[in-house]
Design a protein around this ligand. Structure first.
Ligand code: DP6
Length: 344
């Protein structure tokens, strides 16, 4: 009997960055991180399983936007293999996986967080041991998403996803992300993200290769320490609503991530001239208008403009008049923060 299930899952943007993995274990972070999910940037995945019969070998087929993509199979097969110790039935089934993103493919947006979040949610639902109302459902989804791509584990909660052992939050763990349950001041609720597509296409260094650069990195230990400090200060800004402090941490985290990349061997400069132009404009506009806004970056050239949603109109105007010239093909994508996987 075939069984199937379909989930959509949001992408996420880190406020304190995961950059570097522990030497031991599988996909364990060298430092704690926290992110907001991006409700409007989603992957939707339909997973169909059928039992293996007559000694057949199990097969996996993957389709992105209805096109078969064998190039994605190595990552997906590794992912399924890593989950098999917990869900033995995986090795006794054929898989057909149909995935699509609601943002343009090749827009330079990391789709792996949304993609693995959706895949992991499908697996936990197919397994059937837990209801969505049981927190264990989401712990498992987060853990399995992590085994596909580390940052994906933070994509399964409405609340900010906190991943990695952190001394100030007792329940925090490297194994899966947890929903941040502390208070969040109204000043830091309802923020939005406008992703300025500075450059579309493949990244010049994959995140997985990027993480590996930390192994021999002269500044790795200092960076990990700094991430703990950043997280502590960020959580304090959540509580107090100190937007200045929030902005300082988020921007510093983005620049630290890039600084680590620039100071590794081999070294990479992932920002483009237009990345810096956009950042300068954001700073200038913030100084002039005092609108609560800041930038962050992932491991690429695109700029995430985070802003208080109450200023949506003004920010749209600002983007359209001042930032579009720096966006490739005038493309930017807007999203609310928050949101979690949805069963379809
Ligand atoms: C720069 O999760 O993509 O976006 O675990 O190797 O799949 P793997 O890497 P990935 O790393 C993303 C790192 C980052 C920062 C972050 O999201 O915290």
């Amino acid at each position: 009997m075939n069984k199937e299930v379909k989930y959509s899952c949001p992408s996420n943007i880190a406020l304190v960055k995961y950059w570097g993995k522990k030497e031991s274990g599988t996909q364990l972070p060298a430092n704690p991180s926290i992110s907001w999910t991006l409700n409007d940037l989603r992957a939707t995945t339909r997973m169909v399983i059928s039992p293996v019969v007559n000694g057949e070998s199990p097969t996996v087929k993957f389709y992105l936007a209805n096109k078969e993509k064998p190039s994605f199979l190595p990552k997906i097969e590794t992912f399924l293999k890593r989950v098999t110790p917990e869900f033995g039935w995986i090795s006794e089934h054929h898989f057909e996986i149909y995935s699509e993103n609601n943002f343009p493919h090749g827009a330079g947006i990391a789709s792996s967080a949304a993609g693995f979040g959706a895949l992991a949610s499908c697996l936990v639902a197919l397994d059937g041991q837990w209801e969505e109302s049981d927190p264990v459902f989401w712990e498992k989804a987060s853990k399995f998403a992590r085994l596909g791509s580390g940052s994906a584990c933070r994509s399964v909660y409405n609340e900010p996803g906190l991943w990695g052992e952190f001394e100030e939050v007792l329940e925090s763990t490297d194994d899966f992300a947890i929903p941040y349950s502390g208070s969040i001041h109204p000043n830091l609720q309802g923020w939005k993200d406008a992703v300025l597509i500075i450059e579309d296409g493949e990244k010049s260094v994959s995140s997985t290769a990027g993480h590996a650069l930390l192994k021999e990195h002269a500044y790795a230990e200092a960076r990990y320490k700094q991430a703990h400090k950043s997280l502590s200060a960020l959580l304090s800004s959540f509580k107090t609503g100190d937007v200045q402090q929030f902005i300082e941490i988020v921007e510093s985290e983005a620049l630290q991530l890039h600084a680590m990349m620039m100071s590794s061997i081999p070294y990479y400069v992932l920002m483009k001239p237009n990345t810096l132009e956009a950042i300068e404009k954001i700073w200038k506009h913030r100084n002039e208008t005092l609108i609560p806004m800041c930038f962050t970056l992932d491991a690429g050239a695109n700029v995430h403009l985070l802003y208080d949603g109450r200023y949506h109109e003004q920010i749209q105007n600002f983007i359209n008049t001042e930032l579009l010239p720096y966006c490739q093909n005038g493309l930017y994508l807007c999203s609310d923060t928050g949101g979690k996987p949805i069963k379809l």
